[in-house]
Design a protein around this ligand. Sequence first.
Ligand SMILES: [Zn+2]
Length: 348
Amino acid sequence: MKQIFLGGLTHRAIAPLWRPFLRGASAIFMLHRFAHRHLGDNAYAHDLDQLRGYLAFLRREGHPIVSLGTLLDSFDRGEPIERSVVFTVDDGYDDFLHVGLPIFAEFDAPVTLFATTGFIDRDCWFWWDQIDYLFRTTGRKSARVDLAGDVLSYAWTNPAERDEARWDLGHRLKRVSELAKCAAIDSLAESLDVAIPHEAPEWCAPMTWDEIRGCVSRGVEVGPHTVTHPILSRVDTERAATEIRGSWQRLRAEVPEALPAFCYPNGDPGSFTSRELAMVRELGLRAGLSTYQEYATARMLSRGVDPAAVPGRFSLPRFTYPPSHAHLVQIVSGLERAKETLRRLLPR
Ligand SMILES: [Zn+2]
């Protein structure tokens, strides 16, 4: 019932009604992977036709699609670009270059990329891809994982059950320290009798620095996203500083025109603290990006690093990439902002 009701609220004829709620607010979206032939059944990948559909809709409806740098400029001038939308793509996978960027280019839509510099340097690849690799590669049907003093046992008889084990472990690893996470992945590798290669396999490979510079020459902005992508609240102060400062220095050495806006791994409220906000500010960066599910507003830029005052300049919110057209409309029409008021009227 609620779904049908929301469907009606996002209908073409109704959606313009929410526009007043949107005043001064912009939607920043967060994307990751783009479906391509090497990726297989990776559930994280964005469907390309859906992305084309979203961009066509935004163009047709006259939403300005702007880069993050342009949005920050407009906010700092106190002249928000009404109904504007920003697309950001995290991590630095090469499917952005080969698959994602050409689609944004079709619609002349700017994009802002957040690069994990150790990944681009091929010094590391992501822990969730390593887990995926281990489960995909093994011939075994069970695993025992040592995780922070506990032993987790998994068994599967088909790919769906194996994926369930992978999701469960991935979920648990997001909640432990970096040290415990790395130890658990080593124990998984041993249990599955698979060695983790030093370099990322083709389906989860990074862009090169030359390729990133190529993106920049095509109008893409690029900002730092740590060196190795740890959850910053789960590492000590020295490591957090190295991850933030190191990624900015490395990025700027390779891409002098890099955007001085930092993006926190995970980005949810538990994944960074006022310590990280202060580090980003002290580094002279202009902004920080979180994954608070809200609109970004000019007013946020005047807020400091007080953890009680987030989202602010150093923790600007971003929406998860909309899973459906109705979700996209719900956000860009302003309905999401009006929802709090409307919720009382919606049938439960
Ligand atoms: Zn990331």
